[in-house]
Design a binder for this molecule. Structure first.
Ligand code: SF4
Length: 323
């Protein structure tokens, strides 16, 4: 599987304004040294508690917010080195589906207008061709061309998210970033939208960066999974390995909270102490150490580096430093 997207040492810091003497007060370390790649037709799931930097990572890749440093290679081109015009051209190959289908659609525009907007921005084709493309996109997501004349409020939440997916697909992108794309939907329609996205991946050769706090959702859609904590990826592995043999204490805690469907099996719940620390002033050493059940003296002093284990499994934890 060749890589479509490679992210190297991505950093995003948000300055918090100046102090009284004009000195920089402090910064929010939202994304800190994040690296991963996504192959063609592959889904990488990014999972972690809210505020861990998952969405900021997604937005930084698209340069919807400007990263502080790092590299983002898409089809062998570093997106961070492109000028605005070049970036605009490349963006047509990378689309995003947001969490909230209610807020993502202009309530005053018809579905036809909403879906044709990206075409108007990027392609010079006739009105009839545009109409065909919009109808095509609607059919691809399981809606009908008759829906074109309707407004967003006339749809259910699941249908609105289908409209958002149709808008993302109409330019035939290579990569879609899903930022919690099903978490605002009723449980009953979540599965429909997830199944749709999985089907579309096979049909259209798409790659996904799928961002969610929901481990069950991530397991269902992903080939590989990265676990994020306080701006860093702390573990990454293929989905079977990560859910079957997690190595990082934070992943243990996350997985221990997922209900087991078999009543004869039980899993000991690991309750994490305290809240996620502030990204303005992250803990020294390992960022997880104040909440870790396995904490050692070295964890308070030294930040663990990402370590390669067997079969592409990576973990950032001192428990494995001497292996
Ligand atoms: Fe826990 Fe130490 Fe590993 Fe951090 S490095 S996860 S504190 S054992």
């Amino acid at each position: 599987m060749s890589d479509l997207l490679t992210v190297r040492n991505l950093v995003k810091e948000f300055p918090l304004g100046k102090g009284f003497w004009g000195r920089q007060k402090s910064v929010v370390h939202a994304v800190d040294d994040v690296s991963f790649s996504i192959g063609e037709n592959e889904t990488l799931g990014l999972v972690g508690e809210s505020g861990c930097g998952k969405s900021t990572t997604g937005f930084s890749i698209l340069r919807l917010i400007e990263p502080t440093s790092g590299e983002v290679w898409f089809q062998n081109e570093n997106l961070l080195a492109l000028d605005p015009n070049q970036l605009r051209q490349r963006r047509r190959h990378m689309q995003i589906v947001f969490q909230d289908p209610f807020g993502a659609l202009n309530p005053r525009q018809t579905v036809e207008r909403i879906i044709e907007e990206p075409i108007l921005n990027y392609e010079n084709i006739s009105a009839a061709e545009r109409l065909d493309r919009v109808a095509d996109a609607l059919e691809t997501v399981g809606l009908s061309p008759e829906h074109m004349t309707r407004f967003p409020h006339e749809f259910s939440g699941g249908q609105r998210q289908r409209v958002c997916v149709a808008r993302a697909l109409v330019l035939r992108p290579k990569l879609i970033i899903g930022d919690e794309p099903v978490s605002a939907l009723d449980v009953s329609v979540r599965a429909q939208v997830l199944n749709l996205m999985v089907r579309l991946q096979r049909k259209l050769n798409l790659s996904y960066l799928f961002i969610s706090h929901d481990l069950a959702v991530i397991r269902y859609v992903s080939h590989r999974v990265g676990v994020m904590y306080l701006g860093q990826i702390v573990e990454m592995a293929d989905v079977k390995t990560l859910y079957g043999n997690p190595l990082h204490p934070y992943t243990w805690a996350l997985l221990s909270a997922v209900p087991v469907p078999d009543p004869r099996r039980s899993r000991k719940r690991i309750i994490l102490a305290g809240d996620v620390p502030s990204p303005v002033n992250p803990p020294s050493g390992c960022r997880f150490h104040p909440r870790c059940t396995e904490v050692m003296p070295v964890c308070r002093e030294e930040m663990p580096q990402m370590r390669q284990m067997n079969g592409g499994h990576q973990v950032r934890c001192h428990l494995y430093s001497s292996l």
